[in-house]
Write a protein that binds this ligand. Sequence first.
Ligand code: PMP
Length: 295
Amino acid sequence: MYYTDHTVLYLDGKFVKAKDATTDLFNQTMHYGYGTFEGIRAYQTINGVKIFKSHEHYERLKRSCALVGIPFNYTAEELTQISYQVLEKNNLKDAYIRPLVYCHPNMTLSAPTGVSLMITAWEWGKYLGDQLVKVCISSYQRPNPKSVKVEAKVTGHYVNSILATTEAKQRGFDEALMLDMNGFVAEGPGANFFFEKDGVLYTPPVGNILPGITRQTVLEICKEMDMPVEEKHFRPEELFEADSAFFCGTAAEVIGIESIEGQVFSKPWKNSMGAVVQEAYKCIVLDKSYSYVIV
Ligand code: PMP
């Protein structure tokens, strides 16, 4: 349930009831997957309701639009203010915020004639739950960065994600891990990936992945806590020697991985570096100090 009769969303300068909001069926986004979006979380912190890294998310939304040539003129500050209003009008505290930039009616494949902005929010639990997840290696690759702007959060790219997650579930797994066009591990359908080996965390470099804001936060946590972390390309075989692994993303937060293709990681999650990161991440989003999290 993403909205009720009372939900109010932002649409092009107005706050309207979600149930009354409409769109034109001839828009470019619906036909061609040519739109951009974000996924942001707000938390009830000890200092009131706070949107976590709102500025970073809205700068990424603007960058996504710029990368694919969608004209979009809001500032990150305006977008943040509107988001707080959406939360307030719906009395939401812990919430997931979904901005969507979609294009106006235009059935050609040329640049959009105009765009709309919708911002809505709803309560959403951790996307992959709070139990360790069983992961498979997907038969689907992440999109080739020479075909699409893989660093942009474009609606149409998520067909790839849906195919991968659906395949994973059909095979009896919780989630997929996708490789890039060169056969290196890239990311999950909606989250970035880290693994631990001999006291070091590893994650793929940017280039063939969505540069996640949670991924960046994890890198910051590691720096702050003096935990060794490296960005490098690696093949899936390397994971079978790894000690532990996790996904991270705004919707999923930090979630441990139990196994890959049925092979269980040797280190119990509670003793892993990921568990330390998970605890620190929880503290940061809630505006709490995490100095007590001992490595
Ligand atoms: N990769 C993909 C493909 C995603 O959809 C997401 C979710 N936006 C992420 C990684 C994680 O990004 P973030 O931490 O910014 O939510």
